[in-house]
Design a protein around this ligand. Structure first.
Ligand code: NCD
Length: 320
């Protein structure tokens, strides 16, 4: 008797993939993203920096919180692959007229984007939006929780710029500053460890409480954190996320935690200096360090485009 093949349709919701954090991404998949980013970086060296890879797809950028480099970089990454871009910014939207997040999303969803890039001051909003829509969702920063594409571009920059790079194993990243309020720090911890590297967190006690990133090495002494570090990442004091001032003054902070040329003498001789931006010069990082030979701060911004191209490509072509 002939058998009838019944195809069980997989709903778009089950088939779609998100980048909310690294929980369901393996080290191999992240390595593949880096390889794709290498191809994208090649495209960006051409005279015509555009490929048709994502023609017909629409990327929606939903920024409920301020951004300069992240938003520009995602838009550039989408357009360089010929995707259409629709942009939403909460300032000037109906959210200020009392519309709920869900109703706002339902409205935007009628524009039929294939992927949303979401930034929000509240942790978990991109995850919530991912449950409400059939589009893929990329987290572009949610509260203090997660900022995966920033961590990807940081690791990608390290991989491309550390002399004789031979893998993350045995490489140590020191993250210095306001770790408590930093989604960049949390995502870097998650990613760097997944790739086999080590992380040490450093900051004054109010900005580095014991429960931040459990199981990760931490110290309140800058010298200890920098000793032998292969990469040093300085973080801004994120005052907009502090309910009340957590430091007596910036002067003590600068004296003990500013990443200076002198402090860097303790680091690995080839150590790279990173910063996710925005920079507060001569607070968390000495200006001469930010502009000095170890600094890859501008390279990080540049790496954001091929990394985000790779993320959009990987999530969207998987849906085709
Ligand atoms: C960071 C952010 O918004 O999380 N910036 C960025 O995306 N490059 C860091 C910060 O705000 O200090």
């Amino acid at each position: 008797m002939a058998t009838v093949q019944i195809e069980v349709p997989t709903s778009a919701r089950e088939r779609k993939r998100n980048l909310l954090d690294f929980a369901d991404w393996t080290a191999d998949e992240i390595g593949a993203l880096f390889d794709t980013a290498d191809v994208m970086a090649q495209v960006l060296t051409r005279t015509i920096k555009k490929v048709p890879a994502l023609q017909g797809f629409t990327v929606g950028t939903l920024f409920f919180e301020d951004s300069t480099r992240t938003r520009l970089s995602f838009e550039r990454a989408a357009r360089a692959q010929s995707a259409d871009v629709i942009s939403f910014a909460s300032g000037g939207s109906s959210l200020s007229k009392g519309e709920s997040l869900k109703d706002t999303l339902r409205t935007i969803d009628q524009m039929q984007a294939d992927l949303y890039v979401v930034r929000h001051a509240c942790a978990g909003v991109p995850h919530q939006i991912a449950r409400w829509t059939e589009a893929s969702v990329v987290n572009a920063g949610d509260g203090r929780r997660s900022h995966p594409t920033q961590a990807l571009l940081d690791a990608y920059t390290f991989r491309g710029r550390f002399p004789g790079f031979d893998g993350f194993a045995g490489k140590r990243l020191a993250i210095v500053g306001d770790v408590m309020h930093s989604r960049v720090a949390r995502s870097n911890v998650e990613l760097w460890r997944k790739l086999g590297g080590e992380v040490v967190l450093c900051g004054p006690p109010p900005l580095l409480p014991p429960d931040v990133a459990p199981g990760v090495a931490r110290t309140h002494r800058l010298e200890e954190a920098l000793e032998g570090a292969h990469a040093v990442m300085a973080l801004r004091l994120q005052r907009e996320r502090m309910a009340s001032p957590l430091l007596p003054s910036a002067t003590e902070y600068v004296a003990r935690y500013q990443v200076t040329e002198t402090a860097l003498e303790l680091a690995h001789p080839d150590a790279l200096v990173m910063h996710p931006g925005p920079l507060n010069r001569d607070i968390e990082i000495a200006s001469e360090v930010a502009d000095g030979p170890r600094s890859v701060i501008e390279a990080q911004v540049a790496a954001g485009v091929p990394i985000r191209m790779a993320v959009l490509y990987t999530l969207l072509v998987g849906k085709r």
